[in-house]
Design a protein around this ligand. Structure first.
Ligand SMILES: Nc1nc2c([nH]c(=O)n2[C@@H]2O[C@H](COP(=O)(O)OP(=O)(O)OP(=O)(O)O)[C@@H](O)[C@H]2O)c(=O)[nH]1
Length: 140
């Protein structure tokens, strides 16, 4: 079974704040904060998948070329038997150009945060790894 490929976006506004999404109740990792995004579907490039996910999840429009790769993280995830464990790979892109005002169209909560504030949020595990890479890209 190939790993599950997931894409996530760090949307950075003019004030340098980053948009974070809090996963809604009833989902895996409920209540934890993440960079918004979702799963890459068969035949999609990662930037195209991210543009689609951010439109569905936030209602914003973004051109694929506006995404800059900025990090990745991976782990093995356990599922309930008889499903075998499966790898998950999360790719992070940053983006400063979009149209529309982000809204939590699929539930959960949104917030704009300075990088140092994101440190103190309760983050999903892979998003914690990605945050370190994003911060390094911002100059620490
Ligand atoms: N952001 C994030 N996602 C993770 C982590 N670990 C992990 O297994 N995932 C999984 O990666 C997938 C992210 O895709 P998604 O955001 O479209 O998933 P979802 O739960 O909203 O929708 P779904 O109902 O289609 O599963 C989810 O299955 C989520 O559970 C993690 O550390 N961070």
């Amino acid at each position: 079974m190939p790993p599950l490929l997931v894409v996530a976006g760090a949307l950075v506004n003019r004030a340098g704040l980053v948009l974070m999404h809090r996963r809604p109740p009833g989902k895996h990792l409920e209540g934890l904060w993440e960079f918004p995004g979702g799963k890459v579907e068969i035949g999609e490039t990662p930037p195209a998948a991210l543009a689609r996910e951010l439109t569905e999840e936030l209602g914003v429009s973004i051109c694929d070329s506006a995404f800059q790769p900025c990090g990745f993280a991976h782990e093995m995830r356990d599922f309930s038997p008889p499903q075998p464990p499966r790898g998950i790979v999360l790719l992070l892109y940053s983006c400063r150009i979009w149209t529309g005002i982000p809204a939590p169209l699929e539930g959960g909560e949104l917030g704009w945060f300075a990088i140092r504030q994101i440190e103190s949020l309760e983050l999903a595990p892979l998003d914690r790894v990605l945050l370190g890479q994003l911060r390094a890209g911002f100059g620490g």
